[in-house]
Design a binder for this molecule. Structure first.
Ligand code: DAH
Length: 340
């Protein structure tokens, strides 16, 4: 009886073990056979019904079967584990013969392209390219440019102040002062860089944008030099047929001051949608450096004269590449950038 029972347990257990597809299933089989309520344990519990003289023999058979089943389980476990390892290895294998993913290449920004063009033009005219600080003293951004504390221009340029004395520059014009303070004359420089104003973002405004400042200081510099230089610049930038027009304006640090328009490079000045029917497009502010500005930077206004100009870099890039919304310039979407 017992012998047959044990044989039945043996066959069932061994076939279940060999059919186990994973370690969880194998563990279930262990519980079903060897566990507290398992089939083999039940045989041991039934020993009290076995004749006393047969007990050692039955006990030995149960123990042998237990050892056999445990061994079969151990082997099955080893097999399952190595199979699992192989699956994992296969999934981690790198096929070095597969072609590599193409990596996306960036593109020069329209601002950068326009700036390089402007730098090329001015370097050709003998100018130096210099940089100035973005975090600036109030003195360089305003005071030394003839914009005292109570000047209305200070409100016009909504300024990000860092503390009472320091600010984020609202214009690159402060680099004029830094260059003049170096005391090396003549000066022929342009200075590109970021400027900051507390403006809301829209199609034509951004709290961070770029300007290119220009400054020339020498003996005998006149308004005619300013006009000739900027007319040449406009021709190189927008085409040989470009005409320029100077309209009187006011900037605190130049006297006289002007704004310069270029003839519309789309319609040649007849008037079109691009220039809003005007035939002219405003591109920069300029003027003769104010004698008081020269004096504050220790340059003798009786000996030296100068002219200055300031260009909005985005404005140039938007015009030149016919971009109608400035926000596109700050998204850096490669599909947009690739067009220039
Ligand atoms: N800094 C002026 C602005 O932000 C632009 C400007 C006008 C700069 C005239 C100049 C200049 O150097 O001469 O509006």
């Amino acid at each position: 009886m017992i012998k047959e029972k044990l044989e039945e347990i043996r066959e069932k257990a061994l076939s279940q073990i060999s059919e186990s597809v994973d370690l969880n299933r194998l563990n279930d089989v262990r519980v079903e056979v060897l566990g507290k309520k398992g089939s083999l344990t039940a045989v041991l519990k039934g020993m009290k019904d076995v004749a006393a003289e047969d007990r050692p023999k039955v006990g030995q058979m149960v123990n042998e079967l237990r050892t056999e089943i445990e061994k079969a389980m151990e082997e099955a476990k080893t097999k399952l584990e190595s199979a699992a390892r192989e699956v994992q290895l296969a999934s981690e294998t790198i096929d070095v013969t597969l072609p590599a993913k193409g990596s996306a290449i960036g593109h020069r920004h329209p601002n950068q392209i326009a700036l390089e063009e402007m730098e090329r033009i001015f370097i050709g005219l003998g100018y130096e390219v210099v940089e100035g600080p973005e975090v600036e003293k109030d003195y360089y951004n305003f005071e030394a440019l003839n914009i005292p504390a109570d000047h209305p221009a200070k409100d016009e340029q909504d300024t990000f102040y860092i503390n009472g004395e320091m600010l984020l520059r609202t214009q690159t014009s402060g680099t004029q002062v830094h260059e003049m303070e170096k005391g090396r004359i003549p000066i022929r420089m342009i200075s590109p860089g970021r400027v900051y104003r507390a403006d809301e973002v829209d199609a034509t405004h951004s709290p961070v944008f770029h300007q290119v400042e220009g400054l020339v200081i020498d003996e005998n510099v006149s308004f005619a030099d300013l006009k000739g230089t900027l007319a040449e610049f406009a021709k190189e930038l927008f085409g040989e047929d470009t005409k320029v027009k100077f309209r009187p304006h006011h900037f605190p640090f130049t006297e006289p001051s002007a704004e310069m328009d270029v003839s519309c490079f789309k319609c040649g000045g007849k008037g079109c949608r691009f220039c809003k029917g005007e035939g002219w497009i405003e591109i920069l502010g300029c003027g003769m450096v104010h004698p008081h500005v020269l004096e504050m930077s220790h340059i003798d206004p009786l000996k030296y004269k100068g002219f200055a100009f300031g260009v909005g870099l985005e404005r140039i890039a938007l015009l030149k590449y016919e971009i109608d919304d400035m926000r596109l310039m700050y998204e850096n979407d490669i599909r947009f950038l690739k067009q220039f």
